[in-house]
Design a binder for this molecule. Structure first.
Ligand code: AKG
Ligand code: FE2
Length: 205
């Protein structure tokens, strides 16, 4: 009998939403609670073992092991209105050094991504998360997944807020793709690199 296809998009969305809802109550309580939330979010993200693992054909244990004891962080961004929005950015063009970024924006537009040489807005949608590939995941996937350059523009009138979760390995980890992603046609694109060195390199270049 054929197994019904998994709706990975819904699975991801339902999981993230449940965890974020729980966190909104908890973050107000104390920092201790918010850090335990980060632990839960990173260990329960089904997609890091299913969506990404499946699409790469990588054994699910690989990501579980790589992200064990991860040093993920959460950032709350606040962009005040700007008198001269054409002269500055909320956040200048950059790629995230971390593995994966899960972003939830409020109803104010501002996030943009570079596609084929032009900047495109990511329309705010309360029912959607924006998921970015970071440098670490690009190296881990032997460049099968690509980083994306993004930025935030500001506006004259309205405050903008966003909530960002950065999935990162712990500082002991060496970033190295699984063997299944390396063969003579797809040689290693990067040498083995410790996560702290990769982080430092991405911040300096
Ligand atoms: O606020 C946003 O939409 C994006 C923020 C961002 O790119 C970041 O915090 O790395
Ligand atoms: Fe970013």
């Amino acid at each position: 009998m054929e197994t019904p296809p998994i709706d990975l998009g819904s699975l991801l969305y339902e999981n993230l939403l449940a965890i974020l809802k729980a966190s909104q109550r908890k973050i107000g309580d104390s920092f201790g609670d918010s850090s335990s939330f980060i632990g839960r979010l990173s260990s329960k993200l089904l997609w890091k073992e299913t969506l990404l693992g499946l699409s790469l054909g990588v054994d699910r244990g690989f990501f579980r092991e790589f992200f064990e004891g991860n040093d993920s962080i959460m950032r709350l961004n606040y962009y005040p209105p700007c008198y001269n929005p054409d002269l500055t950015f909320g956040t200048g063009p950059h790629c995230d050094p971390t593995s994966l970024t899960v972003l939830h924006q409020d109803q104010v537009a501002g996030s943009q991504v570079l596609v084929d040489g032009s900047w495109r807005s990511i329309d705010p949608d309360p029912h959607a998360f924006v998921v970015n590939i970071g440098d670490t995941f690009m190296a881990l996937s032997n460049c099968k997944f690509k980083i994306c350059l993004h930025r935030v523009v500001v506006n004259k009138k309205t405050v903008r807020k966003s909530l960002v979760f950065f999935l990162s390995p712990n500082m002991e980890k060496v970033v190295k793709p699984p063997e299944i992603l390396v063969d003579p046609e797809n040689p290693r694109k990067y040498p083995d690199v410790g996560w702290p060195s990769l982080l430092e390199f991405t911040q300096k270049h």
